[in-house]
Write a protein that binds this ligand. Structure first.
Ligand SMILES: Nc1ncnc2c1ncn2[C@@H]1O[C@H](COP(=O)(O)OP(=O)(O)OP(=O)(O)O)[C@@H](O)[C@H]1O
Ligand SMILES: [Mg+2]
Length: 252
C-alpha cells in the first residue's frame, strides 16, 4: 500500500500527518513501514534525523534513474542506500531527502519515475509506504502517480482552495483513488464551517475519486500538534481519532 500525502499548497500539514501517521502505524503493527521524504526542505527527514545533508538521498536515486532507468541494480542500490531506520523503532524506516532535490526539474523525469523506482527497489516488502510530497509540482505529480491512495491535507485559508482543487484534479487525471480531504488546524469559526461546507460539495461532485473517508473530521488547531515529537512515539491525543481512521481505512 502506497499512501501519498500530497498537496500543491505549502504549509498545510503534509509533514505533520506523514510523520505522525508513520509513528502511529509503526507502534500499532509489527509490519515494516517506510516514510519517503520527497520534499527538498527535508521536512520528514529532519523530524526523525538531524537536518544535516545525508550522504545518500532520494536525489541520488532520481539521478541514477535519469541516467539509465533500466540499470535496475544501480537504481535499486541508490534507493536502498537512502533508507535509514528511525531511532527507537524496529519497523520504521525513512527514505531521506536532500536539498539537492530542488534541482529535480533539470533531470527531465517523467511523472511515472517515482512509481517505477519504488517498484525497482522492491519496496513492496514494506506493508505501508507513506510519501510526504512537498510542494514542487513535478514531485507532487510523481507522488500522485506513484500512490495507491491519496490523502490531501488542507487548511482553512482562501489561498488553500485553488491549489487543493489542483491536487484533486491531478488525482482525477492520474486515476488515483483519494482516501480523504484532511482539514488541519481548523477552528470553530463561521468562516471555517462555510469553507468545510464548500468542500463537502466538491467531494460530492467528484465521487469518481473514491473518497473512502470523504471530508474528514481532521486534526483541529492545537499546540500539542505543533510540539508533537513522533520520534518519541507519543502521539498528541487530539490526533488519535484521525490517525486511527486512516490506519483502519488502509487495511494493513
Ligand atoms: N492541527 C494543528 N494545529 C496547529 N498547528 C498545526 C496543526 N497541523 C499542522 N500545524 C502546523 O502547521 C505548520 C505547517 O505544517 P507542516 O510543516 O506539516 O506542513 P507542510 O504541508 O508539510 O509544509 P511544507 O509545504 O512547508 O512542507 C507547522 O508549523 C505545523 O506545526
Ligand atoms: Mg513539509
Amino acid at each position: 500500500m502506497i499512501l501519498g500525502i500530497c498537496s500543491n499548497k505549502g504549509g498545510v500539514g503534509k509533514t505533520t500527518v506523514s510523520t505522525l501517521l508513520a509513528a502511529y502505524t509503526a507502534k500499532h503493527t509489527e509490519k515494516k513501514i517506510l516514510l519517503v521524504d520527497a520534499d527538498h526542505n527535508r521536512g520528514s527527514s529532519s523530524v526523525f534525523f538531524s537536518n544535516k545533508e545525508p550522504a545518500d538521498s532520494i536525489f541520488d536515486a532520481f539521478q541514477c534513474y535519469a541516467e539509465d532507468p533500466y540499470d535496475f541494480l544501480s537504481v535499486s542500490g541508490a534507493m536502498k542506500r537512502a533508507v535509514v531506520k528511525a531511532e527507537g523503532y524496529e519497523n520504521l524506516f525513512v527514505l531521506q531527502s536532500s536539498r539537492k532535490l530542488a534541482q529535480i526539474t533539470a533531470l527531465g523525469l517523467e511523472a511515472e519515475a517515482l512509481k517505477d523506482m519504488i517498484g525497482i527497489a522492491h519496496f513492496d516488502r514494506y506493508s505501508l509506504v507513506i510519501i510526504d510530497s512537498g510542494t514542487v509540482p513535478v514531485i507532487v505529480s510523481m507522488c500522485v502517480t506513484a500512490c495507491d491512495r491519496l490523502l490531501i491535507p488542507m487548511m482553512m485559508s482562501q489561498q488553500c482552495i485553488g491549489p487543493t482543487r489542483n491536487t484533486i484534479n491531478l488525482a482525477r487525471r492520474k486515476h488515483t483513488r483519494v482516501l480523504g480531504l484532511l482539514p488541519m488546524a481548523a477552528g470553530r469559526s463561521r468562516w471555517d464551517r462555510a469553507i468545510l461546507e464548500n468542500w463537502e460539495e466538491i467531494i460530492r461532485d467528484t465521487s469518481d475519486l473514491g473518497w473512502d473517508l470523504g471530508l474528514m473530521e481532521g486534526i483541529s488547531q492545537s499546540r500539542s500538534v505543533v510540539k508533537a515529537d513522533p520520534v518519541s512515539g507519543t502521539i498528541p491525543p487530539i490526533a488519535l481519532p484521525t490517525l486511527e481512521k486512516i490506519y483502519e481505512a488502509l487495511g494493513l
